[in-house]
Design a protein around this ligand. Structure first.
Ligand code: AHR
Length: 320
């Protein structure tokens, strides 16, 4: 491309993100390509990212990709064109990032992955990742179920997250490994609910229709929002989730604690929504000393059950 053409392309890309050039007031500028607002956890992550940036005096520019990888790729290009100091990327799916991350690397813009991982043969394309061990999250959920069943056989239905997302693939794997150790525990249906309540409610309705309400012994959902949708579907079908049907999901958002306190849910595995805070801290350190940070900053995966649900709900309801 000739120079005039290149300059025009850069200006257009900057306009796409709706922002002017970076670094006008000496602040660190970070572009954050966020997935969207599919769940309560995601909304909390965005809220906490704004707060973390504000507390640290960072100019954080958030682009909402509305669950679409092509929007994320466009946003990353726009951030590069703006000359941001770094990019945070929550990748909606695991593959297809190499080309745009090579562009970021060539422009010397470090990229930090938040909460989901990518598949790439070249790990130098990102500086670090702040994320949980999502295989372990699935294992924690599965081990809880095997323990709760205490040797009883069980027909389990699974509601998966977004197809191709690292967390969906891994949570499925970890849970599958854990329940394989439970005698007579079988995953009889498994389908995506795309991490949303509405879709998961429809999926659960179809599971109930196909299996028969009396033949479902437990529900595993890859996030709490989908479990809330599934609980609604079960109640409408006259089932008693949390009592006759065991439930376990992931995130630990306030609504699932409310459901546990009400006796409608049994367990959740925590995923902290504070991903941007640790990412901003490692970025500040990197900009100070130039030393490569840890490639993976692993967040905790803690199990919660009804005993502490009321207290956890009270503690979290305004935090999220
Ligand atoms: O990547 C994290 C997952 O994405 C959360 O568990 C889910 O709620 C969100 O949509």
């Amino acid at each position: 491309m000739r120079l005039a053409g290149k300059l025009a392309a850069v200006a257009i890309a900057a306009l796409v993100a709706g922002c002017g050039p970076a670094k006008d007031d000496g602040k660190t500028v970070v572009g954050f390509s966020q997935i969207g607002s599919e769940s309560g956890w995601r909304a909390a992550e965005t809220k906490m990212a704004r707060k973390a940036a504000q507390d640290r005096g960072v100019d954080l520019r958030i682009d909402d990709a509305q669950q679409k990888q092509e929007n994320q790729i466009r946003a990353v290009r726009a951030f590069i064109a703006q000359g941001v100091d770094a990019i945070f990327l929550a990748p909606v799916v695991a593959t297809g990032w190499d080309a745009v991350l090579k562009e970021a690397k060539a422009a010397k813009v470090p990229v930090v992955l938040l909460d989901r991982l990518i598949e790439t043969p070249d790990e130098s394309l990102y500086l670090s990742a702040v994320a949980s061990d999502s295989v372990e999250e699935g294992r924690v959920a599965g081990n809880w179920l095997v323990g709760a069943l205490a040797g009883k056989p069980c027909r389990v239905v699974e509601i998966q997250g977004t197809v191709g997302a690292s967390v969906a693939t891994n949570r499925k794997q970890g849970f599958g490994e854990a329940v394989a150790k439970g005698p007579g525990v079988q995953i009889v249906r498994s389908q995506t609910g795309d991490f949303t309540r509405a879709k998961a409610k429809e999926v659960m309705e179809s599971f109930i229709k196909a299996e028969g309400a009396a033949n479902i012994c437990a529900v595993y959902a890859h996030n709490d929002d989908m479990m809330i949708g599934a609980i609604q579907a079960m109640k409408e079908a006259g089932m008693k989730p949390g009592k006759d049907v065991l439930t376990v999901s992931i995130d630990a958002v306030p609504d699932i604690f409310k459901a546990m306190a009400d006796g409608d849910a049994n367990a959740t595995v925590e995923l902290t929504p504070d991903m941007a805070g640790p990412a901003l801290d490692l970025l500040a350190q990197y900009r100070k000393d130039g030393k490569a940070p840890r490639k993976w900053v692993q967040t905790e995966s803690k199990l919660y059950t009804p005993e502490t649900a009321a207290a956890e709900y009270a503690r979290r309801k305004d935090m999220y």
